[in-house]
Design a protein around this ligand. Structure first.
Ligand SMILES: C[S@@+](CC[C@H](N)C(=O)[O-])C[C@H]1O[C@@H](n2cnc3c(N)ncnc32)[C@H](O)[C@@H]1O
Length: 278
């Protein structure tokens, strides 16, 4: 599902049409990663939760560039990062090569397909930091995700997931056709403009992310590359309702606050989900 808004729709209609890729594709991972500040606002609450659950192994669902593998070092013995896109995983693997960290593995996999993981047990927790749950765009995907996690190894399982608190939903209409230009130095040494936009569709709880990388940034010729990502803005009670109807148990473990960007200061809940294993 590709959805562009405003000027991005016009760019998508250019002749020749720009290549359209996922926001997490190599082209964007390599552009976005150096420009983004590393988020740390969820780390303290995750460490507290791992300590109280006596976690030894972490399975990071949608691990991206492995932020949590490094940030939670000391809170686990072994860590497996799962992601469906090679771009962020390649950056993660590069960071690992330069790091003294041990016990870390990565797997390229789409968690919406059934999978199994060896040598995990009740001391394992699945972790989803930084509202990664928003990448699962409807109730069916959320239920499929939890079912696949629940069947990935034998025994009881916990998921620690971060999700926006209920009151935050009224703030999202502020993201109405917001477009911001950034400069970026291409490998050629030339400065280029990156256009980054977000737009919230209230009736669907959907947040559209559109990015246009001007030709010449990633080796692409004119006109460039269009990136697209759609999030479902989940809130605590909406996630709880869907998961509890599917037999899982949800409790609130902690509250955190986004530290920067457009959502600065917004409360995020850390939920502890005990998966139904029937
Ligand atoms: C917001 S980003 C990563 C954030 C990372 N968890 C953190 O806390 O820094 C979300 C990640 O989820 C991954 N993702 C989305 N859907 C997925 C799926 N079905 N299976 C595996 N990974 C997925 C994306 O590729 C992306 O890297």
């Amino acid at each position: 599902m590709n959805r562009f808004f405003g000027m991005f729709r016009g760019i998508a209609a250019l002749e020749p049409a720009p290549r359209q890729v996922s926001f997490f594709d190599d082209a964007f991972a390599y552009w976005d990663h150096p420009m983004s500040s590393v988020q740390t606002w969820d780390v303290a609450a995750l460490v507290r939760a791992c300590e109280s659950l006596k976690i030894e192994r972490i399975v990071d669902v949608g691990c991206g560039t492995g932020r949590l593998a490094f940030a939670l070092a000391g809170a686990y013995d072994t860590y497996i990062g799962l992601d469906s896109v090679q771009g962020p995983l390649s950056i993660f693997e590069e960071l690992l090569r330069d790091s003294p960290a041990t016990g870390i593995e990565t797997r390229l996999m789409d968690v919406l397909h059934p999978f199994s993981l060896e040598s995990l047990d009740r001391r394992t927790a699945f972790v989803m930091g930084n509202v990664t749950v928003n990448s699962f765009r409807d109730s069916d995907s959320l239920i499929t995700l939890m079912r696949n996690l629940s069947k990935s190894f034998e025994g009881p399982k916990s998921v620690l997931l971060s999700v926006f608190s209920d009151e935050v939903i009224d703030k999202f209409p502020a993201f109405d056709h917001v477009v911001q230009p950034y400069t970026f130095r291409a490998p050629s040494g030339r400065n280029r403009i990156v256009w980054r936009g977000i737009h919230y569709i209230r009736s669907e709880h959907k947040l559209l992310h559109n990015v246009f990388l001007e030709g010449g940034i990633t080796g692409e010729e004119w006109p460039g590359v269009l990136g697209n990502h759609i999030e479902r803005v989940w809130t605590e009670s909406a996630v709880k309702a869907v998961l509890e109807a599917a037999g899982h148990r949800c409790t609130r473990a902690d509250t955190m606050y986004v530290a920067d960007g457009g959502a600065k200061g917004w409360p995020v809940r850390l939920m502890h989900v005990t998966l139904d294993t029937r």
